[in-house]
Design a protein around this ligand. Structure first.
Ligand SMILES: *Cc1c(COP(=O)(O)O)cnc(C)c1O
Length: 311
């Protein structure tokens, strides 16, 4: 259950420019044959820029920033980060300064993601991979060493407890019963939010996009609390690694688009739907089950993916 938190008028005003995230039923011969219903919760439709779970996670964090009177949010991400992209845009709309600590060397020219965030006023600092790993250990908003007054630290992927409150709201928007709720996982924060807000008789499935991501299990368990066990993470569909996209995945994304007219990204939602259809073929779901998969958005990342595929 989401706590009833007072919402700052600036957050309410920004959210007024959002569309509703509908549930779309996916029609597909393989689903019919298996007698399984698949629905997509369309958080990709929320907003043209801050799409998907990134807004869900940021909402109550930025609310906290405004309410407590901070003026700057410092966060971290990769060079194609959907999180930094959403944060920079939301910050510019809400009048909050943003700073991005970006993994690796500054690309010249900046890729489309970084070009956008700079345009929206995010200050960029490029950090070595080693330094980036160190930054991961700071898990509280005041944990980054040498923070100045007014500065708020937002850990990788927006993984603060307040993120779970926003994710819970998307679960509350789902008004039909379901057997399984599925999401792609990066830091696992979204998954944790889904688990906390879902009915106990439903199962929540995360599909990890990273290779060697088994540590996620403990991290999600820590966010969720030990009393809930109606969830699992599948580690079989990273497709070779985080930003790796193989031909099977690319073909799947293209045919899914042709069949449903819905775009998937190559890092998260493409792998999630690929996994669900593959699991369907393996008899993982039972006849009569209703599965809801969360479309977490992330389509801005495809701009660079297309370039990397051809280049
Ligand atoms: C960031 C992201 C995820 C992963 O979210 P976590 O909460 O970090 O697990 C999934 N899908 C998309 C499109 C994302 O951008």
């Amino acid at each position: 259950m989401a706590a009833i938190l007072p919402v700052n008028p600036k957050i309410t005003a920004l959210q007024q420019s959002f569309s509703t995230s509908v549930l779309t039923r996916i029609e597909h011969a393989k689903l019919h044959q298996a007698g399984v219903e698949l629905w997509l919760k369309r958080d990709d439709l929320l907003h043209p820029v801050i799409s998907g779970n990134k807004w869900r996670k940021l909402k109550y964090i930025l609310n906290d920033v405004l309410t407590a009177g901070y003026d700057t949010v410092i966060s971290m991400g990769g060079a194609y980060s959907n999180h930094l992209h959403a944060l920079a845009y939301a910050g510019s709309e809400l009048g909050i300064k943003t700073v991005g600590l970006v993994r690796g060397e500054r690309p010249e020219p900046l890729n489309p993601t970084l070009d956008d965030v700079r345009k929206w006023g995010m200050a960029l600092h490029f950090v070595s991979r080693g330094r980036y790993r160190e930054l991961r250990q700071y898990r509280r908003h005041d944990a980054l060493p040498r923070l100045q007054a007014g500065e708020y630290w937002l850990p990788e992927g927006g993984a603060l407890n307040l993120a779970l409150e926003g994710v819970a709201e998307l679960v509350e928007e789902i008004t039909i019963p379901y057997d399984m709720l599925c999401t792609a996982c990066g830091t696992g924060t979204t998954l944790a939010g889904l688990v906390k807000a879902s009915p106990k008789q439903s199962h929540v499935l995360g599909v990890a996009g990273l290779k060697n991501a088994e540590y996620l299990h403990a991290e999600v368990a820590a966010m969720v609390g030990g009393h809930l066990d109606n969830w699992t993470i599948n580690f079989d569909y990273h497709g070779g690694g985080f930003a790796k996209i193989n031909n099977d995945l690319w073909d799947f994304i293209n045919s899914f688009k042709q069949e449903t007219n819905i775009d998937l990204d190559g890092i998260y939602t493409g792998k999630l739907l690929f996994a669900l259809f593959d699991l369907l073929g393996k008899g993982y779901f039972q006849r009569g089950q209703r599965i809801i998969a969360l479309h977490t958005g992330g389509l801005q990342g495809n701009r660079s993916l297309a370039a990397r595929l051809s280049g």
